[in-house]
Design a protein around this ligand. Structure first.
Ligand code: ZN
Length: 106
């Protein structure tokens, strides 16, 4: 769809001296087609690229979070937690003074 549009972006200002030379009005109303205008096409491409990068980034971050959750579930199951707890408890062969020191400092 074509619309009548006063061109305000850079392409128009680049044309401005040319239009002045041929004696036309500087703020002339020109036909503007968003689909063929190079400035608009380039802006649209930039937006599309940014959206693509943003979507890919979100997907990768979600995958990273999912991997972390899976790793956590594998490493921190209840049996492993009991094992870690048992390993941290004092042994009967430990020095009682050392056991008291650890207990009071924790
Ligand atoms: Zn344009």
């Amino acid at each position: 769809m074509c619309v009548l549009f006063i061109v305000r972006h850079r392409a128009f200002y680049q044309l401005e001296p040319v239009l002045s030379v041929v004696g036309r009005k500087v703020d002339e109303v020109v036909e503007h087609d968003v689909k063929t205008c190079p400035v608009c096409v380039k802006a649209k491409e930039k937006i599309t690229e940014k959206q693509f990068v943003s979507r890919r980034k979100t997907l990768l971050q979600n995958k990273l979070i999912e991997d972390k959750i899976q790793r956590h579930l594998v490493c921190k199951n209840s049996l492993d937690l009991i094992g870690e707890l048992a390993a941290s408890l004092p042994k009967p062969s430990d020095d009682p003074q050392e056991i008291w020191r650890r207990l009071l400092n924790s």
